[in-house]
Design a protein around this ligand. Structure first.
Ligand SMILES: Nc1ncnc2c1ncn2[C@@H]1O[C@H](COP(=O)(O)OP(=O)(O)OP(=O)(O)O)[C@@H](O)[C@H]1O
Ligand SMILES: [Mg+2]
Length: 150
Protein backbone atom coordinates (compact mmCIF):
# COMPACT_ATOMS: atom_id res chain seq x y z
CA UNK A 1 0.00 0.00 0.00
CA UNK A 2 1.08 3.56 -0.62
CA UNK A 3 0.64 6.37 1.86
CA UNK A 4 -1.84 8.94 0.51
CA UNK A 5 -2.63 12.42 1.80
CA UNK A 6 -5.12 15.02 0.59
CA UNK A 7 -3.10 17.23 -1.75
CA UNK A 8 -4.02 20.15 -3.96
CA UNK A 9 -3.30 18.76 -7.39
CA UNK A 10 -2.41 22.15 -8.91
CA UNK A 11 0.31 22.57 -6.25
CA UNK A 12 1.72 19.16 -7.14
CA UNK A 13 1.63 19.99 -10.89
CA UNK A 14 3.44 23.28 -10.25
CA UNK A 15 6.29 21.48 -8.48
CA UNK A 16 6.57 18.96 -11.33
CA UNK A 17 6.65 21.80 -13.89
CA UNK A 18 9.31 23.69 -11.92
CA UNK A 19 11.59 20.63 -12.14
CA UNK A 20 11.41 20.63 -15.97
CA UNK A 21 14.13 22.11 -18.16
CA UNK A 22 11.73 24.60 -19.84
CA UNK A 23 9.00 25.43 -17.29
CA UNK A 24 8.17 28.68 -19.13
CA UNK A 25 6.69 26.64 -22.00
CA UNK A 26 4.03 25.10 -19.76
CA UNK A 27 0.61 26.74 -19.30
CA UNK A 28 -1.91 25.49 -16.74
CA UNK A 29 -5.32 26.41 -18.16
CA UNK A 30 -7.71 25.06 -15.51
CA UNK A 31 -10.02 27.04 -13.27
CA UNK A 32 -10.57 24.15 -10.84
CA UNK A 33 -8.09 23.39 -8.06
CA UNK A 34 -9.20 20.05 -6.62
CA UNK A 35 -7.80 18.19 -3.63
CA UNK A 36 -7.06 14.50 -4.24
CA UNK A 37 -5.68 11.73 -1.98
CA UNK A 38 -2.24 10.94 -3.42
CA UNK A 39 1.29 10.03 -2.54
CA UNK A 40 2.69 13.45 -3.30
CA UNK A 41 6.23 12.33 -4.17
CA UNK A 42 5.04 9.55 -6.48
CA UNK A 43 2.45 11.65 -8.35
CA UNK A 44 4.94 14.50 -8.67
CA UNK A 45 7.36 12.07 -10.35
CA UNK A 46 4.67 10.61 -12.64
CA UNK A 47 3.57 14.08 -13.74
CA UNK A 48 7.18 15.14 -14.24
CA UNK A 49 7.81 12.15 -16.53
CA UNK A 50 4.82 13.06 -18.73
CA UNK A 51 5.46 16.83 -18.80
CA UNK A 52 9.16 16.19 -19.51
CA UNK A 53 8.15 14.07 -22.52
CA UNK A 54 5.69 16.72 -23.74
CA UNK A 55 8.46 19.35 -23.67
CA UNK A 56 11.16 17.06 -25.03
CA UNK A 57 9.15 15.67 -27.96
CA UNK A 58 7.74 18.98 -29.23
CA UNK A 59 9.37 22.04 -30.84
CA UNK A 60 11.04 24.58 -28.56
CA UNK A 61 8.75 27.43 -29.69
CA UNK A 62 5.53 25.60 -28.74
CA UNK A 63 3.46 25.48 -25.58
CA UNK A 64 2.47 22.51 -23.43
CA UNK A 65 -0.97 22.90 -21.87
CA UNK A 66 -2.19 21.21 -18.69
CA UNK A 67 -5.92 21.17 -18.04
CA UNK A 68 -7.44 19.83 -14.79
CA UNK A 69 -11.16 19.10 -14.47
CA UNK A 70 -13.52 17.01 -12.33
CA UNK A 71 -16.09 14.58 -13.64
CA UNK A 72 -18.16 12.07 -11.61
CA UNK A 73 -15.83 11.27 -8.68
CA UNK A 74 -12.68 11.54 -10.76
CA UNK A 75 -10.27 14.29 -11.56
CA UNK A 76 -8.68 14.38 -14.97
CA UNK A 77 -5.34 15.91 -15.90
CA UNK A 78 -4.86 16.46 -19.64
CA UNK A 79 -1.29 17.16 -20.75
CA UNK A 80 -1.10 18.24 -24.37
CA UNK A 81 1.81 19.23 -26.58
CA UNK A 82 2.19 20.38 -30.19
CA UNK A 83 4.78 17.88 -31.37
CA UNK A 84 4.44 14.97 -33.78
CA UNK A 85 2.45 12.94 -31.26
CA UNK A 86 2.28 9.15 -30.98
CA UNK A 87 0.19 7.11 -33.46
CA UNK A 88 -2.87 5.67 -31.66
CA UNK A 89 -1.90 2.24 -33.00
CA UNK A 90 1.03 2.34 -30.56
CA UNK A 91 -1.28 3.16 -27.63
CA UNK A 92 -1.21 -0.39 -26.21
CA UNK A 93 2.57 -0.51 -25.87
CA UNK A 94 3.74 3.00 -24.96
CA UNK A 95 3.53 2.18 -21.24
CA UNK A 96 5.78 -0.87 -21.63
CA UNK A 97 9.28 -0.73 -20.18
CA UNK A 98 11.86 0.47 -22.73
CA UNK A 99 9.29 1.45 -25.38
CA UNK A 100 10.54 4.20 -27.68
CA UNK A 101 9.71 5.32 -31.22
CA UNK A 102 13.16 6.78 -31.65
CA UNK A 103 15.26 4.33 -33.65
CA UNK A 104 18.29 6.59 -33.84
CA UNK A 105 19.08 7.25 -30.21
CA UNK A 106 20.56 10.68 -29.60
CA UNK A 107 22.88 11.02 -26.63
CA UNK A 108 20.26 12.88 -24.58
CA UNK A 109 17.38 10.59 -25.47
CA UNK A 110 15.78 8.54 -22.75
CA UNK A 111 15.67 4.89 -21.93
CA UNK A 112 11.92 4.30 -22.27
CA UNK A 113 11.24 4.13 -18.53
CA UNK A 114 9.33 7.36 -17.90
CA UNK A 115 5.87 6.29 -19.09
CA UNK A 116 6.16 2.82 -17.51
CA UNK A 117 6.92 4.43 -14.15
CA UNK A 118 4.09 6.97 -14.56
CA UNK A 119 1.65 4.16 -15.41
CA UNK A 120 2.71 2.12 -12.37
CA UNK A 121 2.31 5.10 -10.04
CA UNK A 122 -1.13 6.06 -11.38
CA UNK A 123 -2.39 2.46 -11.23
CA UNK A 124 -1.18 2.27 -7.62
CA UNK A 125 -3.65 5.14 -7.03
CA UNK A 126 -6.48 3.16 -8.73
CA UNK A 127 -6.25 5.65 -11.58
CA UNK A 128 -5.56 5.31 -15.29
CA UNK A 129 -3.37 7.01 -17.85
CA UNK A 130 -4.18 6.85 -21.54
CA UNK A 131 -3.09 8.28 -24.86
CA UNK A 132 -6.15 10.24 -26.01
CA UNK A 133 -7.08 11.33 -29.52
CA UNK A 134 -5.70 14.72 -30.53
CA UNK A 135 -5.61 16.49 -33.90
CA UNK A 136 -2.22 17.99 -33.10
CA UNK A 137 0.52 16.59 -30.89
CA UNK A 138 0.24 14.18 -28.02
CA UNK A 139 -2.57 14.23 -25.45
CA UNK A 140 -1.95 12.22 -22.28
CA UNK A 141 -5.00 11.90 -20.02
CA UNK A 142 -4.64 10.95 -16.35
CA UNK A 143 -7.66 9.99 -14.26
CA UNK A 144 -7.47 9.84 -10.46
CA UNK A 145 -10.40 8.86 -8.20
CA UNK A 146 -11.28 11.63 -5.71
CA UNK A 147 -12.06 9.01 -3.05
CA UNK A 148 -8.68 7.32 -3.59
CA UNK A 149 -10.46 4.29 -5.09
CA UNK A 150 -11.90 3.24 -1.71
N1 LIG B 1 4.67 13.69 -25.82
C1 LIG B 1 5.20 12.79 -26.66
N2 LIG B 1 5.28 13.03 -28.00
C2 LIG B 1 5.82 12.12 -28.84
N3 LIG B 1 6.35 10.94 -28.45
C3 LIG B 1 6.31 10.65 -27.14
C4 LIG B 1 5.74 11.55 -26.17
N4 LIG B 1 5.85 10.98 -24.95
C5 LIG B 1 6.44 9.79 -25.14
N5 LIG B 1 6.74 9.58 -26.45
C6 LIG B 1 7.36 8.39 -27.04
O1 LIG B 1 7.22 7.34 -26.09
C7 LIG B 1 8.52 6.84 -25.76
C8 LIG B 1 8.52 6.38 -24.32
O2 LIG B 1 8.50 7.49 -23.43
P1 LIG B 1 9.17 7.31 -22.02
O3 LIG B 1 9.00 8.58 -21.26
O4 LIG B 1 8.67 6.06 -21.40
O5 LIG B 1 10.69 7.07 -22.35
P2 LIG B 1 11.81 8.08 -22.83
O6 LIG B 1 11.30 9.48 -22.82
O7 LIG B 1 12.32 7.56 -24.14
O8 LIG B 1 12.95 7.88 -21.74
P3 LIG B 1 12.95 8.27 -20.19
O9 LIG B 1 13.10 6.97 -19.49
O10 LIG B 1 14.11 9.19 -20.04
O11 LIG B 1 11.64 8.95 -19.92
C9 LIG B 1 9.47 7.98 -26.06
O12 LIG B 1 10.78 7.50 -26.32
C10 LIG B 1 8.85 8.57 -27.30
O13 LIG B 1 9.16 7.79 -28.42
MG1 LIG C 1 10.44 10.22 -21.02
Amino acid sequence: MINKNAENIIDVINVSVSRCHEPERVKITSTESPTVPVSRALIEQALFNIIDNALRYSPANTIVTIHVYSQSNNIYIDIKDQGEGIPLKHAHKIFDLFYTTHEDKKSDSGSGLGLAVANGVIRAHQGRIELAHSEIGCLMRIRLPVDGGE
